[in-house]
Design a protein around this ligand. Structure first.
Ligand code: URA
Ligand code: CA
Length: 433
């Protein structure tokens, strides 16, 4: 089978067979197919798309390009959650202990990654002593014992995706829905999920800014999951403003603790209850979303979700005293308030720019080598639709530097205030299953 024939077939709108896709992915992974041919193929896919069968085959070919995690020693249906990424997204920190506390086993493989703030692991590492360097056997034991553990991402998962994603990044082919969908789903499946709940974000701070695109991506991923025997549900959620109030690593841990205690931001709480309900239904712990939601609300109200978080932190070396004493988390040296320059209503909060402001403070990584400052970040005090008085603080900047003028300017630029009342955007904008 000549690679050039596969490229021309796709270029002319043909459908690649399972065999052809397998040989393409295998050849690219082992180096026998060069980058220039795979670039041409990615571009052909970008313009011609892929059928549902092709997408499922591509996903499974990437799953089998490397190691796969076997979670069969954990009893129960393992449901994983994936978010397409946003600004100040603290959901995993809340969801993992929350659903574990009602009996959904959580065997979470997580990453650090680039972005406005660190990944879930960076955030958790702001708890003194907490670590994810545990071996697979310990990981599985901890999930069986406590219902919850987090381990660092293995470097050996889906090497085909790693290589292809890198190539797409420099060939203008990232933004292809079949390629994104198979990339994301291959990683979830390789890390052992039996069922998957997807949180597909839409709006300014999201990868998919338009709702129609986000819907298409969600539909594509759900279709792949269901075709390859992993029950999959997607929730479409709004990212036209940051989620919750905190953007920053330790600040988000504090926000997660507040949410597990029942006093967190309304939007973060609602999203966690929605995603958590789907997880509980897919895992069989509840028979309906309504029943699941009641169980989750009870776990917050009776303290078992928070207790689960403490058990989890302790089991992985973390100092669980931070739960009752958040001042034991890394704390920035300086705080600056950002007073409103006018009275009115918050019309918009540019999520992406707020993320960049947090990044300027050092909360995120620009390159893989960057060292992140776990203490710094921004806490916003207003959300879209809230009323604001002149001079009232709209945000607090937590910094380890005295030169924050650029950050303050960025925050002002990101938060628009207007005279007329504003209707807040709905948080949950759709569901695909
Ligand atoms: N995230 C991924 O993991 N893969 C993509 O292709 C795009 C976003
Ligand atoms: Ca947040």
């Amino acid at each position: 089978m000549r690679t050039v024939d596969l490229i021309t077939k796709k270029r002319d709108g043909g459908q690649l067979t399972e065999n052809e896709i397998n040989s393409l992915v295998k050849g690219y992974t082992n180096g026998s197919i060069p980058d220039y041919q795979m670039s041409a193929m990615a571009m052909a896919i970008f313009f011609r798309g892929m059928t549902s069968t092709e997408r499922a085959n591509l996903t499974m070919a990437m799953v089998h390009s490397g190691e796969t995690i076997d979670l069969s020693a954990i009893s129960g249906i393992k449901v994983d959650k994936h978010s397409t990424g946003g600004v100040g997204d603290t959901t995993t920190l809340v969801l993992a202990p929350l659903v574990a506390s009602i009996g959904v086993p959580v065997a979470k493989m997580s990453g650090r990654g680039l972005g406005h703030t660190g990944g879930t692991i960076d955030k958790l590492e702001s708890v003194p002593g907490f670590h994810v360097e545990i071996d697979n056997a310990t990981f599985i034991d901890l999930v069986n014992q406590n219902g919850l553990a987090v381990i660092g991402q293995s470097d050996n998962l889906t090497p085909a995706d790693k290589k292809l994603y890198g190539l797409r990044d420099v060939t203008g082919t990232v933004n292809s829905i079949p390629l994104i969908a198979s990339s994301i789903m291959s990683k979830k499946i390789a890390s052992g999920a039996d069922a998957i709940v997807l949180d597909v974000k839409t709006g300014d701070g999201a990868f998919m800014k338009e709702l129609a695109e986000a819907e298409e991506l969600a539909t594509c991923m759900v279709d792949i999951g269901n075709r390859v025997g992993r029950r999959t549900v997607a929730v479409l959620s709004d990212m036209s403003q940051p989620l919750g109030n905190a953007i920053g690593n330790a600040l988000e841990v504090k926000e997660a603790i507040d949410t597990l205690r029942g006093v967190g931001p309304a939007d973060l709480t609602e999203l966690c209850l929605t995603l958590g309900s789907h997880m509980a239904v897919l895992s069989g712990v509840a028979s309906s979303k309504e029943e699941a939601r009641t169980l989750l609300e009870q776990a917050i109200a009776n303290g078992s979700a928070l207790e689960k978080f403490k058990t989890f932190l302790t089991a992985q070396g973390g100092d669980a005293s931070v739960v009752d004493h958040p001042e034991n988390l890394p704390t920035a040296k300086y705080r600056y308030e950002v007073p409103a320059k006018e009275a009115g209503y918050v019309a918009s909060i540019a999520a992406e720019n707020m993320g960049l402001a947090a990044m300027l403070l050092g909360a995120g990584r620009a390159t893989k080598e960057s060292i992140i400052d776990l203490a710094v970040g921004i806490v916003i005090h207003k959300k879209i639709g809230d009323s604001v008085e002149l001079g009232q603080s709209i945000a607090t900047i937590h910094a380890n530097s005295e030169s924050v003028n650029e950050v303050i300017a960025q925050v002002y630029e990101s938060i628009q205030i207007q005279g007329q009342a504003v209707t807040p955007p709905p948080l949950i904008v759709g569901e695909v299953k």
